[in-house]
Design a protein around this ligand. Sequence first.
Ligand code: WTA
Length: 701
Amino acid sequence: MASKVKPQEQTEVSEAQIAVHWKEEGHYQPSDRFKSQANMRDPHILEKFGLDKFPDCFREYADMLTWFEPYRTVLDTSDAPFWKWFVGGKINASYNCVDRHLAKYGSKAAFIFVPEPEAEPDVVITYQELHTRVNEAAALLRGLGLTAGDRVTFHMPMVPELPITMLACARLGIIHSQVFGGFSGQACGSRIQDSGSRVLITMDSYWRNGTLVDHKANADIAVRAAKELGQDVDKVLVWQRYPGKYSAKTPMASGRDSFVNDLLKDYKGKNVEPVALPSEGPLFLMYSSGTTGKPKGAQHSIAGYLAYVTATSKWLLDIHPDDVYWCMADIGWITGHSYIVYGPLANAGTSVLYEGVPTFPDAGRPWRIAERLGVNIFHTAPTAIRMLRKLGPQEPRKYKYQFKSMTTVGEPIEPEAWRWYYDEVGKREAVITDTWWLTETGGFLCTTVPALHPMKPGSCGPGAPGIHPVIYDETGAEIPKGSGKAGNICIRNPWPGIMQTIWGDRDRYIKTYFAKYNKSPKSKDWRDWPFMCGDGAVQAADGYYRILGRIDDVINVAGHRLGTKELESACLTVPEIAEAAVVPVQDELKGRVPEVYVAVKPGVPPSQDVVDRVVKAIEDVIGKIARPKRVYIVPDMPKTRSGKIMRRVLAAISNRRDVGDVTTLANPDVVEQIRTLVQGKDVVATREELPEDIAKFGEVE
Ligand code: WTA
């Protein structure tokens, strides 16, 4: 693959038409026990959501919600490709997730919070209690003068106060923007600036891997970073991990910072009517990495988004009100928004929130939690599966939990890891849904319907009901199923969960997701606007899709997208660095991790100190999640004659592969120097095929 650097080759052989060497896996059938209780058992469901029934088929999703005023139009395409769903209706997400369940499920648990320290008791929050706490928090936000359309940034850990504050915002139409708690203060600051938030909501501390982290320190950095970018933050609201006690060392800034628990005293028992909001009002922003350094604020709607996550939680996660459902993701990612908070609650489910790391204090922890709480639906990512398998392959056997279904999400799962998940974690009883989707898509795109479709390790399955994928090659020709060829997977049609736009950047929205395959930019017909997901995929003869990973310059580390440009600009904050290039390398546990190549400015001697500061810069600007595996100081970057850094060549070197023909580069000699530096004098390249995402890495320049 690395040899595909010659421009003439790129025109002769279509880039996306890569032969895929992949052993077909066998199918696994869902158990009769699962089938007999499943929410979705209609064998004609995919036909009912066929393109000939589009968009009216999605009325069924809207019907799962409670409306203050009915909608008039299912899909309005007049501002294509900025789709508007269920137009004309009035609705409130907080009402749908909380109030409407009170009569029937008021005393049932909405959330069960499991603190990381094992000696600390669980906190059960019933729907009734959730209602009280959401209303008080909403009263507080209203008291601060916040109203519908305002943005508020959160930088919260995995605690019940996070969904409580989200739902309080939703009650008033305030647009929340939760930044993953593990991101650095600076990363939070740039997202505050982009969203134009004047309020930051955070928590003083939280438990992570046995340490009570001082999280308030990040708020000070975030506010400073936002200010440097031109955005003032007037108020920082600080929840206390232990109410009534301040668990951080960082001082509170007077006039700016307040403890939420103190402020709440004025709002005890207050009720706030859920505001009847337009269907297409924004519910939240979720920042995601793209091919330029600037994160994109995926803007999700109230009605379309909520309808989509409600229906997919019911039919595909198979959540019933009497299930105990545990998604181990963090609410700071889209998976947590859709499938810990909004989807499960809209279905009156019981959702488990776990504060800490899955392997704390040992690899039996998740299974102890599952046994104790009677968890019967389990949802996690391949990176956690690999880690739990490595550290405690037989641990699940020691515990008497029984899952009926399990989900994997975030990155492709290797068939070996899939089989361990199925055999050991699921005890050969639980069905697995491998759900493929993106921050931008709000909910699942491809997955099996668990009671209807057999599972196939490593493949996510067909399109979800009403989702019609298509694989295009670089020229826009469809790649047929069973051809063994991979290409760019797109979705032919809009669906209610799709993002509305990139916050504040309509052009970038069109450019990123539609421009490549749209032939008539003025068209108002949805058929002209396939949504490009940015993943490579192949469709087997049985119609199942297998996702090969991102095709752009985005590295998926432990299931989370990190923008390489963002990492590279972090490196350049070290004054000695002249140039930086970041590439993905294969990692046993995390799937992919970044490796960094830097060139120092003339006259600067290479040193360990520079390396250390590059690592620190990445941790400070983005967070520990982005910590590079290695940093190499190189004499120069391999470049094309037009001066573009050839990340593909570096990726081949980092992954111990042959760099192929580099004679067309401006500086071919440097490639061998770098190769020797990284791989040693002898040629150690393996002939093994590179995974597609790495092979294609750096092609989109
Ligand atoms: C990858 C996470 C294979 C994919 C919901 C996608 C997957 C990116 C799967 C989105 C899966 C997610 N199989 N790959 N089941 N799920 N991905 O925005 O590359 O954090 O483009 O959304 O994760 O990551 P994001």
